[in-house]
Write a protein that binds this ligand. Structure first.
Ligand SMILES: Cc1cc2nc3c(=O)[nH]c(=O)nc-3n(C[C@H](O)[C@H](O)[C@H](O)COP(=O)(O)OP(=O)(O)OC[C@H]3O[C@@H](n4cnc5c(N)ncnc54)[C@H](O)[C@@H]3O)c2cc1C
Length: 822
């Protein structure tokens, strides 16, 4: 036998030694699966019920594809673009427009310290608090998309109004009742919530349990007591909650607490688990505290407490059978609600910032040029445009998934985290561009309120650091990976043979999955992914991105498996690694949403720069995150090997180029269809409102610029004497150009009108020296009160007397909110 043949035999034997135990099931079970199962059982921390509930909540959809290493693109394009029904569209055009005209950030914060009474009334009467409640219960029965559109539009106008509306429609009594309420509870409460007769809040957060909400110390003890003249079984509940939105005006308190049954009145268990109940705020013992002031936004927010407050069992949402199931209920509702509320409000704030700042950057000149034409400002504008395009794409795609019946727990976490982070970046960029105009507060400041509100969005519904470090990948890897959850379940299985059988099946699948992704990552990396599949019929300019995303998806799947295999349970504590893996998944979702949106919007060539910018930026960020994971693998040899596999030819993704940035920025500083589509759904208002004024000033500036250029050309050619005396300015120069016949009288008047509008835009507010008192003084102009006819809740909500109107938001028996001008 030749030496070569010997080598081949040796190689085959070696491969057989390693592969046979894997491919022959009995061998694999005894030699691989059994010892690995024993090891897994030792190292895997036992999962608590709350951890299990969080992991199992919600559904997996497109996130599963992104994690698979080979996304099936037809599944992405099978998600239909959501549309509004005629009723929903009319509500946006009429009710939402009217409400926007009734409220402004400046007045709510500085004049009313609350929404104006008329606005409160309008919100309650017109069903804003019951958008998600079905029509059968008197609600508006809106889709998730319509709900999102309403919140987005309100957020372009007034953060406090948006928060007031979004809270009852997201994670709160309404959603919990719809999903889990008993028939009696639904029949009693849903019509009252829909009509605004009841104002709900939901109280989970305790001073000692914020992010770690599952550890709330609030408790309820099962006991018997007198209730409405009868002895009934119930719970004696004690709680101390803070930061609760709408609590100061709520009439219905949703409450989460841990239920205990020490006397075994309900069964064998003593610790029954987290439980959600609905308690009328007027119930004896319920204390509603004073108000918090969340960063100068005056939506109602405050603490609530209670000590040994008895509630009957049928106040538990879903009744006695749902005692102890509260965490699961909250996680399920969060899976959908989190994808709508903050993504919508933050996209709204970003639309406001982009549209207003784009206009401002054209109207405001320095060094004789609109500031938006300087490359430095252009860079910030480009980031704003790219970010907003991606944010809106994610918002709509997530709403579309919810409307298709998904409860996208991982994708909604990604949407919340990345839309709020991008909103923060957008608003910060806008503040830099606006300069002092953004800093000096007053009725004409279009940005300061959004800037101040940002940390609220970052913190609520899962603070962003926690969401990035623990949730996105922690939950994503387990939920989206095709085998990990099955492996984990097998390690928790008590029946030994079933455990081995399940584990072996999952492990074998996992091995094939890992080998396939190893081969794909290597091949796609080595060929620059040029041969990867592209979905049929997509825009040719975007084809390459699908190939690059497939490559990133394979790299993510492989790197995640390597991280889980080498770090095991420690990965949970290695938050930086876990966060970066989550970033790759998140940026892949951003890219998917952008490509989906571009196709669904009709592939407008004019929008292409936004889409290119957003995808390239996201891919570059995904690459940086992957590098961050690989470089920080504890084993340097493994890190070097992984770098060779994932980036065999170096770093393939680059930041969006300057020319592309220019194309994005120039679309923001001039009116046009791309700018309209990007900021679609905004409240603009009249020229007396900051954004309405900016729009008119922008239009006037676009008209004025060519006239100015003609005057300048004439000056340069010496066609008229443009020398100015001290104290003279643009007006005199224009007058001389007109006198010299360079421009006709109409053009002179257009320039004068532009100067007036620009001066109004550039002006900032000032106040009396006693800033505090003057801030609280109502601004000029009487407010037109909301239409009161045709209320949806006739009979349910009696019209207030004129005395009541001033305190319209005070629930019976409840402390009044801060009075106007207090
Ligand atoms: C304006 C406002 C409105 C609110 N409305 C409501 C409401 O209606 N109902 C309600 O029940 N609650 C509400 N909340 C509470 C909100 O959900 C909590 O503020 C939030 O959960 C964070 O808790 P915390 O503020 O105590 O911060 P902490 O839990 O103290 O967290 C502080 C920081 O530590 C980080 N962190 C914590 N643990 C980890 C970890 N393991 N890994 C990495 N980072 C971590 C967090 O990300 C955060 O950055 C509201 C809060 C605010 C400010």
């Amino acid at each position: 036998m030749s030496l070569v043949a010997l080598w081949i035999v040796a190689l085959v034997a070696l491969i057989a030694v390693f592969t046979l135990p894997l491919v022959v099931p009995p061998l694999r079970r005894s030699l691989v699966s059994r010892p690995l199962l024993v090891r897994f059982r030792q190292v895997m921390p036992r999962m608590s019920q709350t951890e299990r509930d969080a992991l199992e909540a919600g559904t997996v959809s497109w996130d599963g594809e992104l994690f698979s290493g080979a996304p099936s693109w037809p599944k992405l394009f099978a998600i239909a673009a959501p549309t509004l029904s005629p009723d929903e569209q009319r509500f946006l055009d009429d009710e939402v427009e009217t409400l926007c005209a009734m409220v402004s950030d400046w007045e709510t914060t500085n004049v009313h310290r609350d929404l104006p009474p008329d606005a409160w009334r309008y919100i309650r009467e017109r069903g804003f608090l019951g958008m998600i409640i079905p029509k059968a219960y008197g609600g508006l029965g809106f889709s998730a998309y319509a709900h999102s559109q309403v919140v987005t539009k309100l957020s372009t106008r007034c953060a406090s109004a948006a928060v007031t509306v979004l809270v009852p429609n997201s994670l709160g009594p309404g959603e919990l009742l719809l999903q889990y309420g008993t028939d009696a509870q639904k029949r009693h409460y849903l019509p009252r919530l829909a009509c605004g007769v009841d104002i709900p809040c939901f109280a989970l957060t305790n001073p000692s349990a914020g992010s770690d909400a599952a550890s709330i110390p609030d408790y309820g003890v099962v006991c018997e007591a007198e209730h409405e003249g009868r002895r009934v079984l119930g719970l004696r509940v004690t709680w101390d909650k803070r930061y609760i939105t709408l609590a100061p005006v709520a009439t219905l308190l949703g409450l989460a607490f841990r239920a205990y049954d020490p006397d075994h009145l309900l069964g064998d268990h003593e610790d029954l688990g987290i439980t959600c109940a609905l308690i009328p705020a007027a119930h004896p013992g319920v204390e509603i505290g004073r108000r918090h002031m969340p960063l100068n936004a005056v939506f109602q927010n405050g603490p609530t407490r209670g000590r040994d407050v008895f509630i009957p069992l049928d106040w538990v949402i879903g009744g006695a059978p749902m005692i102890g199931k509260g965490w699961r209920m909250l996680m399920e509702c969060l899976a959908a609600g989190r994808g709508i509320s903050l993504p919508s409000s933050n996209t709204g704030m970003a639309k406001l910032a982009v549209r207003a700042t784009g206009a401002y950057a054209r109207v405001r000149t320095q060094f004789k040029l609109p500031i938006g034409r300087f490359e430095g400002v252009e860079e910030a504008l480009a980031r704003m445009g790219g970010n907003l395009y991606a944010m809106d794409a994610m918002r709509v795609l997530t709403a579309a998934l919810v409307d298709e019946g998904e409860k996208p727990s991982v994708l909604s976490g990604i949407a919340k985290l990345h839309i709020t982070e991008r909103a923060r970046q957008v608003v910060n960029d806008a503040m830099d561009i606006a300069g002092g105009k953004g800093i000096c507060m007053g009725p004409s400041n279009f940005l300061g309120a959004a800037y101040m509100q940002m940390p609220v969005s970052i913190t609520v519904e899962g603070a962003n650091i926690l969401t990035r470090s623990l949730i996105v990948f922690g939950q994503g890897a387990v939920r989206c990976h095709p085998y990990v959850l099955r492996e984990m379940a097998a390690t928790q299985e008590r029946h030994r043979e079933k455990a081995l059988h399940d584990f072996d099946g999952a492990l074998y699948g996992h091995l094939r999955f890992a080998v396939r992704n190893f081969a794909r990552a290597l091949a796609l990396g080595a060929t620059g992914s040029h041969f990867a599949n592209v979905p049929a019929g997509v825009a040719p300019a975007m084809r390459r991105y699908y190939q690059q995303m497939t490559r990133l998806s394979s790299s993510l799947a492989l790197t995640a498996d390597v991280a889980m295999a080498t770090l095991g349970g420690a990965l949970k504590r290695k938050e930086k690694i876990s966060a970066r893996l989550g970033d790759v998944l998140s940026q892949l979702y951003v890219c998917s949403a952008v490509l989906w949106r571009f196709e669904r919007d009709g592939r407008h060539g004019d929008d292409a720069p936004f889409a290119h910018f957003a995808v390239r930026d996201a891919m570059f960020k995904a690459q940086a995150a992957l590098e961050g994971v690989i470089d920080n693998f504890p084993n340097p040899l493994l890190a070097a090997l992984m770098r060779r596999i994932v980036f065999p030819l170096g770093r393939p993704y680059v930041v969006p180029g300057d020319a592309l940035g220019h194309d994005v920025a120039k679309r923001l500083i001039e009116p046009g269809p791309a700018r309209e589509r990007l900021t679609h759904g905004m409240f603009i208002g009249s020229a007396d409102e900051p954004v309405g004024l900016l729009e008119r000033a922008l239009e006037a500036t676009i008209v004025a610029e060519p006239i100015e250029r003609r005057i300048e050309d004439a000056r340069r050619s010496g066609a008229f004497d443009a020398r100015l005396a001290p104290g003279e300015g643009a007006a005199e120069r224009v007058e001389r150009a007109h006198a010299a016949g360079i421009i006709p009288a109409e053009e002179r008047d257009l320039l004068a009108a532009q100067r007036t509008l620009a001066a109004r835009v550039i002006r900032v507010d000032d106040f009396d020296r006693d800033l505090g008192a003057s801030l609280l003084r109502p601004v000029d102009g009487a407010r037109e009160s909301a239409p009161r006819d045709a209320t949806r809740c006739e009979g349910a909500l009696p019209p207030p007397s004129s005395d009541e109107a001033a305190n319209d938001d005070v629930a019976p028996g409840r402390p009044a909110p801060l009075p106007v001008n207090s």
